[in-house]
Design a protein around this ligand. Structure first.
Ligand SMILES: Cc1cc2nc3c(=O)[nH]c(=O)nc-3n(C[C@H](O)[C@H](O)[C@H](O)COP(=O)(O)OP(=O)(O)OC[C@H]3O[C@@H](n4cnc5c(N)ncnc54)[C@H](O)[C@@H]3O)c2cc1C
Length: 262
């Protein structure tokens, strides 16, 4: 990665101006950016914008775009509110050194197919706040993108939700073969699947089957898990075939749904 001009703005308005008007590239932890060989004409370092926070508000829980995976993993408040599911989604990513620099904002911006955290956020029904005041449904944004240059300010999560994360990896520090997340914010079941290897998608038919059922039976859980595998598209890559991904998804989902039910 080569950066021709580097800027570290002190205000979020200035950062947005550089990104929108001068074609600047936001730099979060630069963990993913540095794997790229392309030249960045103007790098906009977001580290001085005070976007590193996890806090409670009247509307729910807010996580700033520059919050690291390690902060999410170690947050007692998030563990209490979401049953450890957010920590479970990030704790498998490589090692502590990397998790200290990679951010929730850099992860969402890339809409990476392999992302574990994006799957968990979609299941939780997270909202994405683009500065200054655009609020997007996160799962929808994963499908459509933001359309033009943007600056992620923060994420809005519900106050609390029962949630679970499940994944399949060949080895601990590799990218996932498949991941799945289940949550029940506001009483409705939500199911998201990522690393298909395409980006995270919801499973609307499986979600509708479970609806707002407080304690679905084992049979209903098995039916929803099997239905999810039929409504998603899977692909093949060096880690696994589409058929393998489709075959293992019901097992991941049965585990995650059962964990949320209990
Ligand atoms: C070796 C390695 C292994 C990994 N393994 C996994 C894995 O197994 N599972 C997994 O889920 N993830 C994995 N990741 C990805 C990681 O979780 C992050 O998603 C990724 O590294 C983002 O890095 P970053 O936060 O430093 O963002 P950067 O690299 O700084 O930026 C990434 C992109 O987001 C843009 N951006 C950053 N912040 C913002 C913002 N606030 N607003 C708008 N745009 C922004 C940047 O311009 C850039 O395009 C891995 C990454 C690496 C480097």
């Amino acid at each position: 990665m080569e950066i021709v001009e580097y800027s570290r703005p002190r205000s979020i308005d200035e950062a947005l101006r550089l990104i929108r008007d001068r074609g600047g590239t936001p730099i979060a932890g630069a963990a993913w950016l540095r794997t790229n060989v392309k030249t960045i004409k103007l790098g906009v370092d977001l580290s001085e914008l005070e976007l590193d926070f996890i806090r409670e508000t009247e509307r729910g829980v807010e996580i700033g775009a520059m919050t690291s995976y390690r902060s999410i993993e170690m947050s007692g408040m998030l563990a209490q509110r979401f049953g450890g599911a957010l920590g479970a989604a990030v704790s498998h990513v490589v090692g502590v050194q990397l998790r200290n620099i990679i951010t929730i904002g850099g992860t969402a911006a890339g809409r990476y197919g392999f992302s574990d955290l994006n799957t968990m956020l979609a299941a939780l029904g997270a909202k994405l706040v683009l500065y200054p005041n655009t609020v997007l449904d996160f799962a929808r944004y994963l499908e459509t993108g933001a359309g033009g240059p943007f600056l992620i300010e923060k994420f809005l999560l519900p106050t609390r939700a029962q949630a679970a994360f499940a994944q399949m990896r060949i080895s601990e520090s590799d990218f996932p073969v498949l991941n799945a997340a289940v949550a029940k914010p506001e009483g409705e079941w939500r199911i998201a699947v990522g690393a298909r290897p395409g980006a995270t998608r919801l499973c609307p038919r499986a979600m509708a089957l479970l609806g707002s059922e407080a304690r679905p039976s084992d049979a209903a859980i098995a039916e929803a898990a099997a239905l999810a595998a039929t409504e998603l598209r899977f692909g093949s890559d060096i880690r696994a075939s589409a058929e393998y991904r489709r075959a293992i998804l019901p097992a991941l989902l049965r585990r995650a749904i059962t964990e949320v039910r209990e």
